[in-house]
Design a protein around this ligand. Structure first.
Ligand code: ATP
Ligand code: MG
Length: 575
């Protein structure tokens, strides 16, 4: 802050001309060679156990993006709802809202893994009949112990050689609810000595006597992720099953399962690097903890990295898509700087957000040579980046508010704003000179500035007759509307809160929310619609709060400052 030309932004980092990456290249090659009959069907498979976050946005932009770019391409939205204990319809609904808000459309291709429970069960019977799966009575602890470690071969379960008949009987009884949670599993019969732990007879089904948000009490037997996921992909005819790198070691199991089953379709699993973002946690489990413990106001708290939080913060879908395209898709896990996300929203809002004047920490200014009761309507430019946005009228009168920090009684060298006896330009208006101070007799604090204006310096939106170094924003007292303004900052003060050992909540930034009341806004903001986005001149981008503002009370959320204040403070520290 403090410079008059805070409107300009630094040059953007390079953006690829058209999105291309190894996933898209591979799919293009498959189309050329006629693999999967030249079709492209992808899917986005969230588990409805939390709200979507910016990491999911990367996957959404990739999967839905590829479908859009290919003729006849389709992307399914599939709820991977196989773990009833943690799932909820609230999440199912929020996920649909967020995908749509991001600008993507699944048409009629919305599915639930739970729709396939019966089919999955029958394919499991097929595995049992072919000697490829067995019912195991080892407890979860014993299973871990038998599994070995990467360098220690596992031991075979004593139940591995049960007859097909016995396995079919036990599996039926598992479904019928005869056994307790954890007492039996259905396991794939693969290889307990495989160097890949995931092939050491992994569990395919477990007993969980928990109601499901869609199937109710119909099942007490639920498929494990690897089994449900691969079979769901194949049932839906997915051609390219794109997932994050952690699943690379699961791919042999994905392929093994589909090789055993009589489903004609065998999707190709492709892995890419997940998004890790600095100063941000992207673990649904930990984000849920922040919500449940009231550290934040909800999944859509503007400090949350969720799509709902970013939306309330003022992010646009365009800016999130631009961010995803800018970070690209690779095979290498890395850490993306959150300033790139902030850059993307600045760049978008710079083009689209109307400029307005808002004084966040006001101090009163009386213009002694401007008549009481008179109002002058000044022209102000709505958006210098967008001439079509036009001009608006701004009332000017004898008593104004300016930003308290734009006045210093004892200024350091190089301070070009208002000082005793000094001059400054009021944006779109006059040059004023400070001719006196009114102080609180008790505290000595400056309460009011007495100024005079130079009538020959009216600038409007055009010609400037005389120059001074500083230009500041202001609002007419009689016309101002009051608002609460919430200044948000990063939720964590360390770069990689996800790597922390021990209590990660000690890493929360105690200054992530600062609430200012009694802010004074120009009158055009009186009717700001929830969700409307503005540039408060010299302050940053702000969004009218859409959630907990009471009728008649204006609340604005700061989306982002005009410049990267963290980069500035870091470079100042290093000096
Ligand atoms: P969990 O499985 O622990 O609940 P998750 O983040 O994997 O959490 P899912 O609902 O399974 O959540 O994710 C849906 C899809 O989004 C998956 O295909 C997953 O690979 C992808 N995804 C999740 N997190 C990221 C991330 N940080 N970057 C890119 N893609 C992600
Ligand atoms: Mg997952």
């Amino acid at each position: 802050m403090g410079h008059e030309d805070a409107h300009s932004n630094p040059a953007p980092p390079p953006q690829p001309a058209g999105p291309t990456d190894f996933v898209r290249d591979l799919i293009a090659a498959d189309r050329l060679s006629g693999k999967h009959d030249g079709r492209v069907i992808t899917r986005f498979p969230p588990e409805p156990n939390g709200y979507l976050h910016i990491g999911h946005a990367k996957s959404i932009c990739l999967n839905f993006g590829i479908a859009q770019e290919n003729p006849d391409g389709v992307c399914h939205l599939r709820f991977d709802d196989t773990n009833p204990a943690r799932e909820d319809v609230e999440y199912v609904n929020s996920i649909q809202e967020d995908v749509r808000w991001l600008g993507f459309n699944w048409a009629d291709k919305m599915f639930y893994a739970s729709d396939y429970f019966e089919k999955l069960y029958h394919y499991a019977l097929h595995l049992i009949r072919n000697g490829k799966a067995y019912v195991c009575d080892l407890s979860p602890e014993e299973m871990i112990e038998y599994r070995g470690a990467p360098t220690i071969p596992g031991r075979e379960s004593p139940f591995r050689n049960r007859s097909v008949e016995e396995n079919l009987d036990l599996f039926h009884r598992m479904r019928a609810g005869e056994f307790a949670d954890g007492s039996h599993t259905l396991r794939a019969n693969i290889d307990m000595t495989s160097p890949n732990i995931h092939l050491r007879d992994p569990a395919l089904y477990r007993i969980r006597k928990v109601d499901h948000h869609r199937t109710g009490a119909a099942w007490c037997l639920y498929p494990m992720y690897d089994y449900a996921h691969s079979v769901s992909d194949a049932i839906e005819g997915i051609t390219h099953s794109i997932c994050t790198l952690e699943f690379e070691v699961h791919r042999p199991l994905y392929d093994w399962i589909l090789n055993q089953l009589p489903i004609p379709h065998h999707p190709q699993q492709i892995e890419f690097a997940r998004l890790n973002l600095s100063y941000t946690l992207l673990s649904k489990r930990k984000l849920l903890q922040l919500v449940e413990e009231g550290v934040v106001s909800g999944w859509d708290d503007p400090r949350m990295p969720t799509i709902a939080g970013l939306r309330r913060r003022g992010y646009t879908p365009e800016s999130i898509r631009a961010f995803c395209s800018r970070i690209g898709v690779t095979k290498f896990n890395g850490l993306t700087d959150i300033s790139l996300l902030e850059f993307s929203v600045r760049e978008d809002l710079n083009k689209t957000a109307p400029r307005v004047m808002a004084v966040l920490r006001p101090i009163r200014v009386v213009i002694e040579n401007f008549p009481e009761g008179e109002v002058e309507e000044l022209d102000a430019i709505n958006n210098p980046e967008d001439p079509a946005a036009g001009v608006r009228k701004l009332p000017f009168s004898r008593v104004l508010y300016i930003e308290a920090e734009d006045f210093l009684e004892n200024p350091p060298k190089g301070f070009f704003r208002l000082t005793p006896g000094g001059e400054v330009r009021l944006r779109y208006a006059y040059i004023i000179r400070c001719v006196g101070l009114v102080k609180d007799p008790a505290s000595g604090q400056v309460q009011e500035l007495r100024c005079t204006l130079d009538p020959n310096t009216h600038s409007g939106t055009g010609h400037v007759q005389r120059k001074v170094k500083g230009t500041i924003h202001w609002v007419s007292e009689a016309h101002a509307v009051d608002a609460e303004v919430r200044l948000y900052d990063r939720l964590f003060h360390v770069e990689t809160p996800g790597d922390a050992e021990g209590d990660w909540k000690t890493l929360l930034n105690p200054h992530s929310l600062q609430t200012l009341t009694g802010c004074k806004l120009e009158p055009s903001l009186a009717g700001a619609k929830p969700g409307a986005r503005y540039q408060f001149e010299r302050q940053g981008y702000f969004c009218a709060n859409s959630s907990d503002a009471k009728p008649g009370k204006l609340v604005f959320n700061r989306t982002v400052t005009l410049r990267d204040s963290w980069a500035k403070s870091a470079s100042q520290k290093s000096k």
